[in-house]
Design a protein around this ligand. Sequence first.
Ligand SMILES: O=C(O)CCCC[C@@H]1SC[C@@H]2NC(=O)N[C@@H]21
Length: 198
Amino acid sequence: MQSTLPNSTGLTHPSSRSLAESIPARIAIVFAATVFVAACAHVSIPLPFTPVPLTLQNFGVLLVGLMLGPVAGFSAMALYLAEGAIGLPVFNPHATGGLIQLFGATGGYLLSYPFVAAAAGWAFRSLPLKSLYLRAASAGTLATLLLFVCGSLWIAHVLHLSAAGVWIMSIAPFVPGEIVKIAAAAGLAASIESWRRA
Ligand SMILES: O=C(O)CCCC[C@@H]1SC[C@@H]2NC(=O)N[C@@H]21
């Protein structure tokens, strides 16, 4: 289906579009997105019964995907993982950082981020819903389902968890927060998009 949003950065006006589509501007936007997600990752609360923290990190991933679109969103999150892999302090600060964190118990969540951002951006531009907010919220929900499938399958494999263990350690504690994060990311993305169109 044809995209109903104008381009990969979502900008509508021709002058702002050409500015935002210059190569240096695209690189700056992608880099800024990694800084934003790193800042969100530092808002993390460790939980005593699971290695998976409560965090705003995935709110950042959703917003980046919704705002930048699938290509730039994927690129930004791939760069973010590369920054974390070389040891930059961009992941949640309560874990080891670097490759050990990237491929540790929470690696399924982290490694899914490029795909989660791409899914959010693609769905926001493609779902056949008139309301921008509903489209963004549905896109955020689909992307978050992908995030939890990847995160849960990974942790189940790494820690040899039963289905009940997976539910308790990697899904149930996070559901209420995810509803709030999706609603907030969708509200922001839809508001900014309608402001751009005005
Ligand atoms: O910092 C890490 O190593 C990854 C953290 C992943 C946290 C996941 S993302 C989805 C769910 N919601 C949360 O608040 N925490 C988990």
